[in-house]
Design a protein around this ligand. Structure first.
Ligand code: SAH
Length: 395
């Protein structure tokens, strides 16, 4: 079967008896023999049983779990091909779902492997990640995309008794490390010996400190950020710095502007921009993230920023020169879109981790805002995911 092209998840596409068939681990131009693994009315899913030729874009896969682990999608792509794939993917999606034709030239690619500062491991007899489209746990001893310190901590934890534990979350920052142990019953002293900054137990929906503080600190550029167990923090630290610098560049601030940072999380983007702006307002729905944002403001001696804990859709403040939006995967709700359309803001910078909802939202914003520039940041190397930063100007 000849692989004609790639789908948006990076799977090869071929046609078996005229039915579209998505083939894992197959690249354009490859001639493969396949086995159907899932037959649906409108499409098939398949795996390769034999390669008759290999693409020049194919890379040797360095991970032993790749065929069944639910983590990575693009380990068999050469890195250059991965970056090209992501540019094309975002362009195709913007055109299809947003009616936006824009040639994307720039993709920032901070680090290829070992970039993740956070990993979530499932525990049930085995310790590892969920398999592809399943809740079977794949035992993992070494993951190629997480920080090496996470692999090291994982291997040490695996030597301990993990009874009554169902999930382990490990986070590392420049100088700190945090382990969150999710369990049904109290854990005893067995983890205290681990050389970590912070160990937290999560039981009955509550966090309890076992060792150290209830936060770790990350350093991005000249700023420090507090990360609590349940607040969002970008998983790729180098990527985050690149991303925020791109937002700063697009902002083109002169020191007087009023900036709104919607979906601000722990205040990272707003704090990053504050030194170049007149004043900044950050809005975020999660109370714990807002508490961190307020601490981050203090920690960095920044005065010209304030934070509001509320749903973005309740905001009716006006007269911002620049609005930054960085919503979760589901994108921006209609009420907030209406707010943006009536905001009168000269510029909007949309940071998105999901090109499909980005395209949908840009289509709605098109009435008043046009796309001036787009830069991608390869925050999630080896996976199908990609971060986009879009600069919009009021028409
Ligand atoms: N800009 C931040 C966080 C982006 S993640 C950073 O780069 O670190 C998206 C954030 O939006 C999350 O913190 C989430 O809690 C918040 N959020 C989700 N829905 C929201 C809503 N309706 N109103 C305000 N914030 C929301």
């Amino acid at each position: 079967m000849y692989i004609e092209k790639l789908d948006n998840k990076g799977r090869g596409i071929t046609y078996k008896n005229n039915k579209i068939t998505f083939v894992e681990n197959a690249l354009e131009g490859e001639d493969v023999e396949i086995k159907i693994t899932n037959e649906k009315a409108k499409y098939n899913e398949a795996i390769v049983v034999k390669y008759n030729n290999l693409s020049k874009d194919r890379s040797e896969v360095k991970c032993p779990y790749y065929d069944y682990c639910g983590g990575c999608d693009l380990l068999h792509f050469k890195y250059k091909k991965e970056l090209e794939f992501k540019k094309k993917k975002v362009m195709d999606i913007l055109k299809k779902f947003g009616g936006i034709e824009f040639k994307i030239n720039n993709i920032i690619s901070p680090v290829e492997y070992n970039y993740r500062n956070k990993a979530t491991f499932q525990v049930k007899e085995k310790v590892g990640y969920y398999g592809k489209k399943s809740y079977n746990i794949i035992n993992i001893d070494n993951c190629l995309i997480v920080d090496e310190r996470i692999n090291d901590i994982l291997r040490r934890i695996k030597k301990l008794n993990l009874k009554n534990i169902y999930q382990l979350i490990i986070r590392v920052s420049q100088n700190d490390s945090m382990l969150i142990i999710k369990c049904d019953n109290d854990i005893d002293n067995r983890f205290k010996e681990l050389n970590l900054t912070s160990i937290i137990m999560f039981k009955n929906k509550k966090y309890e400190v076992i060792k150290g503080q209830d936060y770790i600190i990350e350093v991005l550029g000249n700023l420090k950020f507090i990360i609590s167990p349940d607040s969002f923090f970008q998983v790729n630290t180098c990527g985050a710095v690149e991303l925020y610098n791109k937002v700063l560049e697009y902002s083109n601030l002169t020191g007087t502007e009023k900036v709104l940072d919607l979906y601000c999380g722990t205040g990272t983007i707003g704090l990053f921009l504050s030194k170049c702006a007149g004043e900044v307002v950050g809005v975020e729905i999660n109370r714990s993230a807002i508490n961190d944002a307020l601490k981050n403001k203090k920690l960095n001696y920044i005065e010209n920023i304030e934070f509001i804990c509320d749903d973005a859709s309740n905001i009716n403040l006006s007269e911002f020169d620049l609005i930054i939006v960085d919503p979760p995967r589901k994108g921006i709700d209609q009420k907030t879109i209406n707010y943006l359309l009536n905001s009168g803001s000269k510029k909007i910078i949309y940071v998105s981790c999901d090109p499909v909802t980005l395209a949908r939202d840009l289509k709605k914003l098109k009435e008043k805002y046009e796309v001036k520039d787009i830069t991608l940041v390869n925050m999630f190397s080896k996976t199908e995911h990609c971060e986009s930063v879009v600069l919009l100007y009021n028409k």
